[in-house]
Ligand binder design. Sequence first.
Ligand code: ADP
Ligand code: CDP
Length: 312
Amino acid sequence: MFKRLVIQLQAPRMRTFSIATRTKPFQVAIDGPAASGKSTTAKMVAQRLGFDYIDSGAFYRCITLAALSKGINPSDPATVGQISEIAEQCKIGLQTVFAKPSETVSSGEEGVFQKLTCLPTTRVFLNSKDVSSEIRSNNVSQHVSAVAAIRNVREAVLQKIRSIRARENNNNNNNNNNKQDSDNTPNLSSSQSQSIVVSEGLVMDGRDIGTVILPHADLKIFLVADSRIRAERRLQELVKNGLDPTLNKLDVDTVQRDLQRRDELDRTRKVSPLRKADDAMVLDTSNLTIEGQVDVIVQEVERRRGDNVKVV
Ligand SMILES: Nc1ncnc2c1ncn2[C@@H]1O[C@H](COP(=O)(O)OP(=O)(O)O)[C@@H](O)[C@H]1O
Ligand SMILES: Nc1ccn([C@@H]2O[C@H](COP(=O)(O)OP(=O)(O)O)[C@@H](O)[C@H]2O)c(=O)n1
């Protein structure tokens, strides 16, 4: 009788999985409009499965931040050349620090327990500086779609992502435990605790992952959510990160308009527009919990990987 060989790993983030015969890492592409939950979901899926994670939007945000810090107005078409040059020259590094998948802690009141999910965090480095918070500012969000519509910028980002992938493959081939996404990303010991020698897969999120960056991804997800709900979630996130909505004249209506304007620019641009890949699964997160949407994707990965595992 054949039986699937199951390995129990010690690391808490990886409970059980089957040995896959595939040599190519399993690729998950997550695309969708702004604030539909892509990066939160992608990071958690990567954490649950022990995959690498690349946030492609962070590259466009870094280039936008670099342009704005030089006093360049990305919405002025005359600045396309300057921005393209910045995109080619700047160094961008990502580092995702995975947390324990979940833990149960006492909420303080005796006998009352609360399940806390620790979210992985991605640190983003622009020319060696940690810009993780700055790139999420409303000012960067206002201009990022104009930057992302520039052909040369997209080409430069593609090259940067390719070199990260090449370095990761090299690291894996060398059995190097340090996950280092870019030359200028410092080594953080916390990342080592989550490393497995050879990564089994990759999760990437953005707008053109399933259509352009990973057209042969093993699983493509198109995340959507009602635009009002997306705006409420995004505003809540900005407030959590220290933004004062009154001072910044931001309310749900304004955030919703900004998200819709950005989606429209992303959908209608000539180069790599936001579009659902023909073979993508649509997942509406409006009425889901974060854990719920992560579960759906993890189960789908496991189902599809199940078809490719070696049965011994
Ligand atoms: N199902 C959900 N329920 C509640 N909040 C969610 C859900 N999915 C995502 N969020 C929150 O919505 C915000 C936007 O999600 P994010 O992952 O940044 O979206 P995107 O990467 O698509 O812009 C984040 O604060 C995230 O925690
Ligand atoms: N693969 C990608 C990822 C992001 N982008 C651009 O970068 C912007 C910011 O992406 P993001 O994923 O950080 O944005 P949010 O959805 O988190 O608000 C998007 O609005 C797009 O203009 C892109 O064009 N292609």
